[in-house]
Ligand binder design. Structure first.
Ligand SMILES: [Zn+2]
Length: 71
């Protein structure tokens, strides 16, 4: 049949440099987990497909847990 094969984009893990295949319907900022090192990544660019470490934006709220007077 003349059915077009579903494309996958090939990207590279910045952590272990493994090749990662991502579905062609992936969108910018989609989360991707490296199948090799399980690093949390995200799509930072589509052409060429580029993955980068996922940014932890609300990572510095440790102070909230310092409060021991809550009860
Ligand atoms: Zn990796």
């Amino acid at each position: 049949m003349g059915r077009p094969q579903r494309n996958h984009f090939k990207a590279r893990c910045p952590e272990c440099l493994a090749a990662i295949w991502v579905k062609d319907d992936v969108e910018l900022w989609d989360p991707v987990t490296c199948p090799e090192c399980h690093t949390a990544l995200e799509v930072v660019r589509l052409r060429p497909l580029t993955l980068d470490y996922m940014e932890a934006e609300e990572w510095d709220d440790e102070d909230d847990w310092d409060d021991e007077d809550w009860r």
